[in-house]
Write a protein that binds this ligand. Structure first.
Ligand code: ZN
Ligand code: ZN
Length: 357
């Protein structure tokens, strides 16, 4: 991506001649296009340009640096292994890493596909490329026993949902509303259900995405195209929750205006998680009185930690049949059509576009 709102170009860079200790050179097998990539392309976060986007990636180890013998979970790593990795990296030294224990807010945080310009060595720091160079300290996970489509279909949405639900907490028997039926919404649905939610209601669209929500076990779906009136949607949620509203509402849309609607959908004493706003999509009016009157608890959750990726891989291993994330992968593009892949995601025309170099 040469610049914001510009078409992608194919560029060539020299592969690193030497692999640092504990680093790895990886041949990319598949890279997911995330909604965040669209926000990055639109310039909603300050990132360097030119850049190779792509922070959801599966690849095969081409070269291993000295000292890198095991993945993050302690399993052996060898050349030829299929792996994925945590896109975000922390420094381990700053106040957030050491004192506040909030590594997602590390002052020196960086992420593949987001933080590094391709003009500087080692050049290959994003998924939309034939190779990627994994820097020392990257949290790598072997995925030889998990389908690539499942890992990419789950993408950063699953780790995001695991982190968010961990922060908010879902109790056994909870009713949960999920605003949004994209990858983050589906992942939140899967994690809410497996955390004990007794009733789940997904609000979103288009219809094909709601069908996927049903395949993932949503008890009710509300199509925003069929019910464009927010008051009607609120009434439907109340009907499904004995008139009270939901115990928990999870925002997975990324549009600011849905937040006030979501507050109204919470029951008194309920909780609300803002999960879909990794990009800054601007502001929208909210009525703070609703938070006071309903005694709401509002949570935020930013990105994820390596342990969430570990949980996600294990989740796909154990619950892959119940939650078929691989089915999300709907559109495949070769590397020279990566821009089309982004446009398809931008227009919500795919459940998940992927780049296959
Ligand atoms: Zn993402
Ligand atoms: Zn730090």
């Amino acid at each position: 991506m040469p610049g914001f709102n510009e078409a992608f170009e194919i560029r060539k860079y020299p592969l690193p001649r030497e692999i640092e200790p504990r680093a790895a050179l990886v041949k990319v097998e598949m890279a997911g296009v995330c909604g965040t990539d669209v926000h990055l392309w639109k310039g909603q976060l300050p990132i360097p340009r030119p850049i190779i986007l792509g922070h959801e990636t599966v690849g095969v180890i081409e070269k291993l640096g000295e000292g890198l013998h095991t993945d993050w979970s302690g399993k052996p790593l060898r050349v030829g292994d299929r792996i994925t990795w945590s896109a975000g990296m922390r420094c381990g030294h700053c106040h957030f890493c050491t004192v506040f224990r909030l590594p997602t807010r590390c002052l020196n945080r960086s992420a593949y596909g987001i933080s590094f310009t391709s003009d500087e060595a080692p050049h290959f720091s994003g998924g939309y490329a034939e190779f990627i160079y994994l820097r020392p300290g990257t949290a790598i996970f072997g995925v030889s026993d998990v389908a690539t489509e499942a890992v990419i279909g789950a993408g950063c949405a699953l780790v995001t949902a695991i982190h968010g639900v961990e922060r908010m907490g879902i109790s056994f028997g909870d009713s949960v509303v999920i605003q949004g039926s994209g990858p983050v919404g589906l992942a939140a649905l899967a994690i809410a259900k497996s955390s004990g939610a007794a009733k789940t209601i997904v609000i979103g669209g288009p219809a094909a995405r709601l069908e996927l929500s049903k395949a993932f076990g949503a008890d009710h779906t509300i199509d925003i195209n069929e019910f464009p009136n927010a008051a009607v949607r609120l009434e439907m949620v109340r009907e499904h929750t004995a008139g009270y509203g939901a115990d928990a509402v999870i925002e997975c849309v990324g549009s600011p205006e849905v937040v006030s609607e979501g507050f109204e959908m919470c029951r008194d004493g309920g909780k609300y998680l803002v999960l879909g706003h990794y990009g800054d999509a601007g502001s929208a009016p909210i009525n703070p009185h609703v938070i006071t009157r309903k005694q709401l608890t509002v949570y935020g959750s930013w990105a994820s930690e390596p342990r969430h990726m570990g949980h996600a891989i294990e989740f796909l291993r154990k619950q892959g049949e119940r939650f078929p994330f691989g089915q999300l992968v709907s559109h495949r593009f070769p590397l020279d059509a990566a821009f089309e892949a982004l446009q398809t995601t931008s227009k919500w025309a795919s459940s998940k576009s992927v780049v296959v170099p």
